[in-house]
Write a protein that binds this ligand. Structure first.
Ligand code: TPP
Ligand code: MG
Length: 413
């Protein structure tokens, strides 16, 4: 339903606006959803029309009391819970350090996953290692789960001689072949339709592979989103299509991209099962992704998800959100903080403590600093060495066309 209060009424258009401006207290309504609201339909028989409530409600497992409840509880063992918590904390600390590096001129640009650490980490943990990952710049955490070295990630962010993309991408636009982590694209949204194509290829080859992809609330207004969902609806390939609704697309509120409607339900008329999932709830995300993967294993094809979360930090190192939203708005988000919630859950289960958490944070910070020191042995931003300029021309064409050859010769002069 459109909330008319969210819309400007100036004729002839309705323009979705943010719930609050920087000088106003954030007006998030208390969540009406609880972990016991929704059934977990059998993934091997569930049809799109069985997910109407799931597309309009919210799949949650961790309640306001930080305990797990309801049919979506994946009942994870202690080891998996602590592994997930560890990766999330590692990403937050990595991001904080890298942001400081950017502020002191050691990186040219940076983007944090602050408040969204849970998403790629929980979801990648729920997948198989052969599954393909088509991320945006806010899912670097998938690489931690798949085992990419932090040094290699920093080499990329600096653009030194060991950068595996040879300085051709902005920092944080990772690519990592070994982890089936496809290159982050600067033009937003392109990965969404590519992911559907790769899923179709996996199905065509008869391989047991799934593809997961994410797109932002803002980028879902691009054609790529609609091409992707149309192809997914028509050919039913093994793909998990996730719209990360973190409320903002730089300074534009999500209401602008949907006219105030929810994102999850957009998949229903396409005949694709749809879930709306609490994006700050590790257990809900893990469980929803397992459910989608089970559908894929049963040969039933795509699932469409809205991941309901909040971008707690600035869009990037170039952005100052206090000019378009309350500076502390993230503290008012009813979904809380994903790390705090899983930490509190583990403490309540008796498998973790504040003291252990603090000690782990210290160790992780040491790990990040040690990785940075190792990375700059291969060159720093100010002094290099950088990938040679000649690499601008390599690895794109098998046979270099004449006009590129001419440019290459000109550079050599
Ligand atoms: C095609 C295209 N248009 C515009 C931009 C500039 N731009 C970069 S990120 C961004 C906002 C994306 O917001 P959203 O999709 O919600 O993702 P989020 O950053 O919130 O994760 C914009 C407009 C771009 N990179 N590519
Ligand atoms: Mg967004």
């Amino acid at each position: 339903m459109v909330d008319e209060r969210e819309l400007e009424t100036a004729s002839p258009f309705s323009v979705g606006k943010p719930p609050a401006r920087p000088d106003q207290e954030p007006g998030f309504a208390a969540w009406p959803w609880s972990p016991t609201d929704l059934t977990r339909p059998d993934p091997t028989t569930c049809k799109s029309e069985d997910t109407d409530a799931h597309a309009h409600g919210l799949v949650r497992v961790l309640g306001d009391d930080d305990l797990a409840d309801g049919e979506w509880n994946p009942s994870l063992d202690d080891e998996t819970l602590l592994e997930g918590l560890g990766w999330m904390l590692r990403l937050r600390i990595f991001d904080e350090r890298m942001m400081k590096m950017q502020r002191t001129g050691k990186l040219s640009f940076y983007m944090r996953s602050f408040g969204e650490e849970c998403i790629a980490i929980a979801q990648t943990m729920a997948l198989e290692t052969q599954d393909w990952i088509f991320p945006t710049y806010r899912q670097p955490g998938a690489q931690f789960v798949r085992g990419r070295s932090m040094i290699s990630m920093i080499n990329h962010c600096i653009g030194n001689i060991e950068d595996n993309v040879k300085g051709r991408q902005m920092p944080v636009h990772y690519t990592w072949k070994e982890g089936r982590f496809i290159s982050v694209s600067s033009p937003v949204g392109t990965q969404f339709s590519q992911a559907v194509g790769v899923a179709m290829a996996s199905a065509y080859k008869g391989l047991d592979e799934a593809t997961i992809t994410w797109i932002g609330d803002g980028a879902s207004a691009e054609g790529d989103y609609h091409y992707a969902i149309n192809f997914a609806s028509t050919f039913k390939p093994p793909v998990i299509l996730c719209v990360v609704n973190n409320q903002w697309a730089i300074s534009t509120h999500a209401n602008l991209a949907t006219g105030g409607r929810n994102f999850a339900a957009r998949g229903l008329p396409y005949g694709i099962p749809c879930l709306r999932v609490d994006g700050n709830d590790f257990l809900a995300l893990y469980s929803a992704t397992k459910w989608a993967r089970e559908r894929i294993s049963a040969g039933l094809g795509p699932t469409h998800m809205e991941i309901y979360t909040y971008r707690a930090g600035a869009h990037s190192s170039s952005d100052d959100p206090s000019v378009y939203r309350h500076a502390e708005e993230f503290k008012f988000w009813p979904g809380g903080d994903p790390i705090e919630r899983l930490k509190n859950h583990c403490i309540k289960k008796g498998i973790w403590s504040e003291d252990k958490h603090e000690k782990l944070a210290e160790l992780l910070d040491e790990e990040v600093m040690a990785a940075y020191k190792e990375a700059v042995k291969f060159g720093d931003l100010a002094n290099g060495p950088y990938p040679p300029a000649s690499t601008i021309f390599t690895e794109v064409y098998e046979e270099v066309p004449w006009h590129i050859q001419e440019q290459r010769e000109e550079l050599g002069k």
